[in-house]
Write a protein of this length. Structure first.
Lengths: 128, 168
């Protein structure tokens, strides 16, 4: 093969590599789908980046995809996105002091409501 | 009537106050985790071509503003006159975000150029690293290159009052 045709061939391969995203393996694809369905799009805040057509969502999907391709762990991907956009991008935020209310409040309300109902029932049964 | 019976009313009133306060917040403003951290590393070509490459190193040594802008961005048009005014008292470095250089040049030629230099972030990679999610966004850097404040949306005289205090 001449130098020129070898160069052309190399250029063509580069082109193919750049234009067609290499298909992810099945477990990689599953991880990719799981990730893009639990990251919030900050442009249209009530959509995941899987649902959103915003350019930023596309950029983030591409990031997640290339990081999975590069073999990054879930922890690494999580710290990549939260270092830039904070816990707000996670639809499943971690339990820490700033998110404590978010996690604990429903249980507090549940306990209060159950206590209220229990009290009522006890009083009714004692009066009858 | 026992005092105890007022509890549900008190709870409802408390909830209304909380919800009322919540309504005052702007959900589009997401606090940046980058506040108090050094600016992200970057190395980008510039709109002017001089210097050929701009990097984090070039932005250290004096307080300045980093403004993400684009010619397609409506909010940038809103803040532009104020940035022109500010540029007389503080250095502003632009990050031209996902824009065409020719459109960006036209835009600056028409309205004036408040930036000492504009880095070309054509693919939005620097935008991702800086946690940008909607232009315009303005970062305030101290002389050590640490991000001390982030303004989401157009820069306003009110925001500038807060920032001026941080820069001193």
């Amino acid at each position: 093969m001449s130098v020129l045709s070898r160069r052309l061939c190399f250029g063509f391969l580069l082109f193919v590599h750049a234009t067609i995203a290499v298909a992810l393996s099945e477990p990689q694809e599953a991880r990719y789908q799981a990730w893009i369905n639990q990251l919030r799009c900050l442009v249209c805040q009530n959509q995941t980046i899987a649902d959103s057509n915003a350019p930023l969502a596309a950029d983030l999907r591409e990031q997640v995809r290339s990081q999975i391709e590069a073999g990054r762990s879930d922890d690494e991907i999580r710290s990549y996105v939260t270092a830039r956009y904070g816990d707000f991008v996670l639809y499943n935020p971690p339990l820490k002091s700033s998110t404590g209310m978010l996690w604990i409040a429903p249980f507090v309300l549940l306990v209060l409501a159950l206590g209220f109902v229990l009290r009522r029932l006890l009083r009714r049964s004692s009066s009858s | 009537m026992k005092l105890w019976h007022l509890l549900p009313l008190a709870a409802v009133l408390g909830l209304m106050v909380l919800l009322g306060l919540g309504l005052q917040l702007d959900p589009r403003v997401v606090p940046s985790p980058l506040i108090g951290k050094p600016m992200p590393d970057f190395s980008l070509p510039t709109l002017e071509g001089r210097p050929a490459l701009l990097s984090a190193h070039d932005l250290r040594g004096r307080p300045l503003l980093v403004n993400f802008w684009a010619s397609w961005c409506a909010g940038c048009k809103v803040e532009h006159p104020f940035l022109m005014e500010l540029s007389r008292s503080v250095e502003i470095v632009g990050f031209n975000y996902k824009d065409a250089p020719s459109a960006a040049k036209d835009w600056l030629a028409q309205g004036g150029n408040p930036y000492r230099v504009s880095a070309l972030d054509a693919l939005g990679q620097a935008g991702l690293d800086w946690g940008v999610y909607g232009v315009p966004e303005t970062f305030v850097l101290d002389s050590g290159g640490v991000i001390v404040y982030k303004q989401i949306g157009p820069m306003t005289p009110e925001a500038w009052q807060t920032i001026k205090g941080l820069l001193q």
